[in-house]
Design a protein around this ligand. Sequence first.
Ligand SMILES: *Cc1c(COP(=O)(O)O)cnc(C)c1O
Length: 435
Amino acid sequence: MQFYSTNNKDLRVSFQEAVFNSLPQDKGLYMPESIPQLDPYFIKNIQQYSFQEIAFQIANAIIGKGIPADDLKKIINEAINFDAPLVFLNSETAVLELFHGPSYAFKDFGARFMSRVMGYFSNKGDQLLDVLVATSGDTGGAVALGFLGVEGTRVTILYPKGKVSKVQEDQLTTNGQNIRALEVDGTFDDCQALVKQAFNDPELNQKLRLTSANSINIARLIPQTFYYFWAYAQLKSQGLNEVVFTVPSGNFGNIGAGLLAYKMGLPVSHFVAGTNVNDTVPRFLNSGAYEPKASIQTLANAMDVGNPSNWVRIQDLFENNFEELKGMVSSYTYTDEETKVGMDELFNKYKYVACPHTAIAYLASEAYRKEYPGEYASVFLSTAHPCKFPEAIDSDVYKQVKLPVGAENLHGKPKLAEDLEVDYAAFKDYLIRNN
Ligand SMILES: *Cc1c(COP(=O)(O)O)cnc(C)c1O
């Protein structure tokens, strides 16, 4: 399979190039040149396969000869080594829990798969691959733990001082080995600007082999399709066939992967995007006008995105057919106050402690069912474990949070981070000095 740029379908590159470039030169996004169609027999019998077997079928269909089957199987078995269970709240509503990976957030799927793909394409004797990543919290942890110990790679994470939670900071800063953390005296936007400047610095690019672990990388998108199929398999084994997925959305990579799964032949009735007040996509679905705006800080801060970078992929999947897209995707927007009500309701009704992102998905899922009642399973995605967002959760409810195994171990480890001012020269100097 070749991959084209959404800005120029004549520009085709191999899977390997798409992974290392991350972004085509023309600033489009890579997409598979054709959407592979899965064998209907496979879909019909999907409940007979394991999560890893399903993941292999999907990845193999998208990547094709880009990675030989046996190697791909190995990558998947290493990367997707944790479950995505469907937890029923009642007979028609279930949570798809995506937080059972090492960083307790769904970004583990993308980061673990991408790190192993990059390791696979790196040959002995190649120059060390330098992965630069700016994070507001969740991406950095997933990338750090995804690349930890992956040979031939080195990760540098920039995070805003005092703006990530304790668990997030521990995940970023206690790794050592091939992972380095820089605590930037500034905002997430400052971190991102420093990383961007590094990518555009010819002198630095001559010295170092730089790459990005951004969520627009095609190797992060592909593994996010896996769990939609796995959720469907779990529903089928319960005798359920009709499903509406609700996805808490920021950069729209997660729901984009769901829509790719649908286009590949997964029978989904409808998708719902839940957003916080960063409502660029909901406004677009109402008006047909795409008008990005500056991001606003909210409780669900991993979704504070004013100009979702994966949106063009979704437009591309629907060949810019607005009516078809509107027929398949709905959206609802929630304020912080409403998000808190959602967290309370999940706890009071179901004794389920959810992070704010998950609560937004729950609210949107309920809103859709109210507007369109029917016989279908409402599945909403839980994108992070609540322990990552203690400040956002009511303290009485938070007391009920069971820390995942391993979370306590993080606390005792020494913090390995260097301070950095918002100063490109200092950042560049750090990278060269520590090469
Ligand atoms: C990144 C993230 C999201 C948003 O996912 P997108 O793919 O950017 O839409 C939602 N919830 C959590 C916890 C996240 O870390």
